[in-house]
Each structure stands twice: as C-alpha cells, then as structure tokens.
Design a protein around this ligand. Structure first.
Ligand SMILES: [Fe+2]
Length: 277
C-alpha cells in the first residue's frame, strides 16, 4: 500500500504543485493596503496606488494587466504610480492595446511612471532587447502616463502639494539623482520617489524624499514561510519586499503584477494601495 501511495501519490503531488505554481498563483491577484506615516501633516490621507513589473509577454497577457489596473482603480486612488518593467522583451505585446489599458488610470487621476531594466538601456541591450528605453517611454506616455526619467514635478493632489520624483534604472546605469532632484525645493511638501530597483536608494540618500516606491524583485516569486524569498535580484535583501523603514523614511517594494518564467509560489501578484499620512 505504502509503495502504491508513493508510486502514484508523488507524481500527482508534483503535477499539482507545478499546475498551481504555473497556472493558478501567477494569475491570483491580491489587493493589499498599507499605512505610511510621513509626519508631513497632509491635509487628508493620500491614496497611492502602486503597481509594478507588469512584464507584458506571452505568459502575462495585457488582459491580465488590465484586470490588475481595474482592481486598483476600484480602490479609488488619488494618484497612480508604476515603477517599471512594463515588458519582458521587445516583443509579445500589442502596443495599441497596452496604451489603451494604461489610459484606464491616466484618464481618472494623475499617473506617473519610471522605467525598469527590462524596458530598455544597457542591461536590456546586453540581453538582446531594447537598446534604449525610448520606445517604452513613448508607449507609456501615449497611455497618458507622465514618465519621470531623472525628472521631478510638483502637483497638488487631494488638496495637498506633493513632489513626485522619478529616476532612471540602477542596473542600466541611468539613475541620476542630482538631475532628478535638481528642481525639488525644500518647501516642506512630501516627496514621493519612484525608483524601479530598491538598491538605488543609496544613490538618492543625500536628497530629500519621504517614501520610495520600487519593484524589480517580484517579491522573489517564491516565498518560503518564516524565511522569505530564497533568491532576489538585489544586494540589500532587507528591502526585497514590503514596506520597510530606511533611516527616517520609507521604502515600499511591491511584489508586482507580472512575472518572468511563468511561476509564483506563496508570492501572489500584488495590487497595492498605500494610505499616506
Ligand atoms: Fe521585473
């Protein structure tokens, strides 16, 4: 009996685990909500929708990205931020469809983005894909999204003045913090920093910001209980996932929406809302 259980049970369990990690969890979006206290005395809590790493590809169709955005917009955000890796490689997505999906957010509230290592630049070129991020930045811009590539803008949202700063990708050696923060005034308004790779925080350390939004890690795509992700593509593993303190500021690293290689284990794709006060 035990031998029969072993012979039939093991392959069945292996097939089930494979099926779950490839066909169930990667499409099983989780809505999360976290509170971030900046101490900047905002007039009312600011609802920031943070989405990242869509990775449009054959394994992550634009229809799934659309589902994530629809869920996010149902959370009634005041502002939407995308932190890069809109695609995985330079093919496998319909640009016109993608643009119209992004407009779901940008037509409703201020929407900002930075690009990631997959969106073009030195890292992407080495992988044989986009040599620069120009194409993806143009696509995202046509989607009504303001791309901040080492740039900053001051807006008023929910009655509160807010600086939004975006930097280039750290792996692509395009992060230029002095350029990005050049026009940011020390006027007491909260500063939201968009930075694809959380390791880039050290480059931005000398400048004033309250909350940094990052992606890149996908949460590791595999999360071991009581241990965390065994493999993450960052140097500083403390900021691999979730909301974490960085000196007197905050870093939020989302698990992202898409994935690469098509699997997730105990690390569901995330639609994250941050309530900033
Ligand atoms: Fe990514």
């Amino acid at each position: 009996m035990n031998r029969r259980v072993f012979l039939y049970g093991l392959p069945t369990a292996a097939l089930s685990a494979y099926g779950y990690s490839h066909f169930v969890e990667p499409r099983w979006l989780e809505d999360t909500q976290k509170n971030v206290v900046t101490g900047r005395g905002l007039k009312r809590p600011l609802r920031v929708l943070h989405l990242s790493d869509f990775h449009a590809a054959a394994i992550v169709p634009v229809s799934f990205i659309e589902e994530a955005l629809r869920r996010g917009m149902a959370m009634k955000p005041d502002i939407v931020c995308f932190t890069g890796d809109f695609v995985t490689t330079d093919n496998d997505f319909d640009p016109a469809r993608y643009e119209s999906v992004l407009q779901m957010c940008s037509s409703v509230c201020p929407t900002f983005a930075v690009v990631g290592n997959h969106d073009g630049g030195a890292w992407s070129a080495r992988a044989g894909w986009f040599p620069t991020s120009t194409y993806i930045r143009q696509l995202v811009t046509r989607g009504g999204v303001r791309v901040l590539h080492n740039d900053a803008v001051k807006i008023e949202v929910a009655g509160t003045p807010l600086w939004v700063v975006g930097v280039g990708d750290w792996w692509s050696d395009e992060l230029r913090a002095p350029l990005a923060f050049a026009n940011v005034k020390n006027d007491g308004a909260p500063v939201l920093l968009l930075n694809h790779n959380p390791d880039g925080k050290e480059d931005c350390k000398l400048f004033r910001w309250d909350l940094m939004l990052s992606g890149h890690t996908h949460g590791g795509q595999v999360m071991i209980p009581f241990y965390g992700p065994p493999i993450v593509p960052v140097l500083d593993k403390r900021y691999a996932v979730g909301l974490n303190r960085f000196e007197d500021r905050w870093v939020h690293t989302t698990r992202g929406v898409g994935n690469i290689l098509g699997f997730r284990v105990n690390c569901r794709p995330e639609v994250s809302l941050l309530i900033v006060t």
